[in-house]
Design a binder for this molecule. Sequence first.
Ligand SMILES: *[C@@H]1O[C@H](CO)[C@@H](O)[C@H](O)[C@H]1NC(C)=O
Ligand SMILES: *[C@@H]1O[C@H](CO)[C@@H](O)[C@H](O)[C@H]1NC(C)=O
Ligand SMILES: *[C@@H]1O[C@H](CO)[C@@H](O)[C@H](O)[C@H]1NC(C)=O
Ligand SMILES: *[C@@H]1O[C@H](CO)[C@@H](O)[C@H](O)[C@H]1NC(C)=O
Length: 855
Amino acid sequence: MSFLVFLCVILNAFHGANADSDSLILGCGLENSAKDGDGRSWESDSKYITGGNSVSVRAQYQDPSLLSETPYMTARIITSKANYKLPMKANKRYWLRLHFYPAVYGSNNAEEAYFNVIANDITLFKNFSASLTCKALTQAYIMREYTLAPSTSDSLSLTFEPVAGFAFVNGIELILIPDMFDTVTVIGFSDQTIDAKASNMQTMYRLNVGGQYISPTNDSGLTRTWYDDFPYLYGAQSGVTNLASANIKIDYRDLPGYVAPADVYSTARSMGNTKEINLNYNLTWVFQQINPNFMYLVRLHFCDFHYSKPNEIVFNIYLNNQTTQSGADVIGWSGGKAVPTYKDYAVYVADGKGDEELWLAMHPATETKPEFFDALLNGIEIFKIEASKNLAGPNPQPSEMLVKNEQQQKTFQSKTSHAQVIGGAAGGAAAFGIVAALCIAVYQRKKRFSGTESHTSSWLPIYGNSHTSGSKSAISGKSNASSHLSATAQGRCRRFSFAEMKKATRNFDESNVIGVGGFGKVYKGVIDAGTKVAIKRSNPSSEQGVHEFQTEIEMLSELRHKHLVSLIGFCDEENEMCLVYDFMARGTLREHLYKSNKPHDLTWKRRLEICIGAAKGLHYLHTGAKWTIIHRDVKTTNILLDEHWVAKVSDFGLSKTGPDLSTGHVSTVVKGSFGYLDPEYFRRQQLTEKSDVYSFGVVLFEVLCARPALNPSLPKEQVSLADWALHCQRKGTLEDIIDPHLKGKIDPESLKKFADTAEKCLSDHGIHRPTLNDILWNLEFALQLQENMEGGSGHSSRRGGSSSDEGSLRDQQNMAMHYSKLSLGSESELGNEDSINEQSNTTAIFSQIVNQKGR
Ligand SMILES: *[C@@H]1O[C@H](CO)[C@@H](O)[C@H](O)[C@H]1NC(C)=O
Ligand SMILES: *[C@@H]1O[C@H](CO)[C@@H](O)[C@H](O)[C@H]1NC(C)=O
Ligand SMILES: *[C@@H]1O[C@H](CO)[C@@H](O)[C@H](O)[C@H]1NC(C)=O
Ligand SMILES: *[C@@H]1O[C@H](CO)[C@@H](O)[C@H](O)[C@H]1NC(C)=O
């Protein structure tokens, strides 16, 4: 029986048809049916809505992270209680999926919408703000999935009721599914069970553990979305991923294929093969945004495609630190190699401290003496179970940082165009309202690279394009950005007239162009009868810009540091926007390294000094300002040199404040420049200051090797400098690829220190990368070594030393000498420099900088 239903569903899904009444896929506000990016067809909702006042409206702005127009760009705006009457079969289970894109729809700004949603008699949302929810999750849109228990009714009444403002919805899916739930024992209450078969639930998470994003069309017939589990892993130990070899076929036996696709069962995460390590940690996932006072159904999918006998791998499973399952033995359960199985557990989350999280942990069950000390998992699904006909939770609280940012943004958002308010900082993907956007990113990247599909989104850096465009701005040049700049920014910045700009650049004469960026052209100019400046003029036809322009003004007006380029002022009139900076006589670092006719006047010592300067600028951004600032676009063209070769970090158009201290990262749409982009940031879409460290590592190798970060004309393995330099460094052949102008002129230990530092910056995982503080320290040391060599004093014995271990006494002495010479920051940053020079303890020096808050 249930198999027949399954077949039906499968056929239905595979033919993408919703002609028969088993499934409804409604694009709200659509006039005619339309296909989404996955090729699924969405029909108009108009014949299903009854009562109340509602209109279909198109969004004004398409966030770049939207995978396709359908169903998000149109919405049904409901201004008084209205009802969808959707046909369904009695006594069958359904998915109900709701899609929301909180944008500006005509005169309706979704920020003002608060509403209730009720499905038959189950409250799904109470005073729901899609806008607040998306903001807290830093996503542009969300999808919520529910599973409705079989009922005797032959229709679903879905009610939207405005609480304040209006209600809206972009997409509704109602999909017949087999009943795949049963009675489940509640953890900690062995006598208590919950009947999931009769429960209405909300999907919280659905993860393909150790695997990749699975799109609705690639699910095993139930149009579910499965995400990568990586963003949820907790702690430094994240185990290893396993992939079944191609000749292994998942053998479903009694398990219906719809339970989970073979993709889920043929990828897994295990602890790794070092017993001692495994015994010392728990493989742990942490799920946030869990509402207390609800029961959660946790479904774990297992399939061992490696071993075939019981008692080879046996482990314990914990949920919220309670033993949920002792002696889990996958082969013992499933009966064989590559045979999948799943287990359901119910856990109650009470209203205590820290209860907005769900912890899942695994540890080898040593007491059973298994052959291997390991644990293994293939998939996770977490469902919230209704409590007294309710599934609604409160709107999430945005973090303090987000609120602050938001206020700042508001002050410089154009009031005539709200669209960017929502689209601008956010991005990301639909999930069950919670899942990180990463999988979409990877998925989208694949598409883009295979060239099979061209999306409208512009947020990914395009190969070879050194400057990345950010979100498309919906604000036209007409908006008067400066009137919305924060008062402090206005106060600290000088405002120029456009006439002054024209005069300074001789009417933007082409011969004055000194650079071209994503923002527009950069001109040299003269103001105040003699002061040399660089003027960045926004390209009036560029869609991008206003947002980055404002970010740059806000950031730079707050920041003053010897190693950051300084903003003198800006101009914003006659649809023209210009930024006015100190003139950097020697241009970008890149042009001194390669690809220009400049004389090769960069000695190793000078290069080290430049790197140290840039590192100080970045270190200041990360720790010295009022809050952490992540630059996001560190590269050699954004490091400028003044006439005295002092390095200054520039271009803050993509910078972000953060991370939020509680999570340690900012979730965001990936931006940056190819060749410099942190792979972890790309995978996880979580931005931390370690992403800048990665990019800086690329800069260090670029400085050493004098070649571009990406050079497509080279053999494949050499195209990416990061990959190639790491390869050479690990093989010990780095000296072969360094800049020929440096050959024989670098102190070998200075080189080693420098290369080791650069290598660490390029570590795969952010946590293994050094902080800028460490980098600075190492670079200063490399400089010291080089100076010693050039000065020709006291180095012979050092060279003869047995090792250059950082721990050795000799090095410690060197370091001590080096601390006393350490100079950090500019005078204005460190008011009490005298006392610093007397310090002999580096921690004290750095802690002064780290603790420096504001000015
Ligand atoms: C709805 O939520 C908003 C924000 O969370 C709150 O300010 C408002 O008072 C709530 N309204 C009701 C009726 O609960
Ligand atoms: C579905 O899976 C196939 C094979 O793995 C893949 O090529 C395709 O891109 C996937 N489709 C989607 C929409 O992800
Ligand atoms: C579980 O334990 C860890 C530390 O062992 C703690 O940080 C965490 O808050 C606990 N989680 C819950 C839900 O009790
Ligand atoms: C693993 O988690 C359990 C439950 O929270 C805890 O009792 C145990 O100490 C943890 N083990 C390790 C090695 O962290």
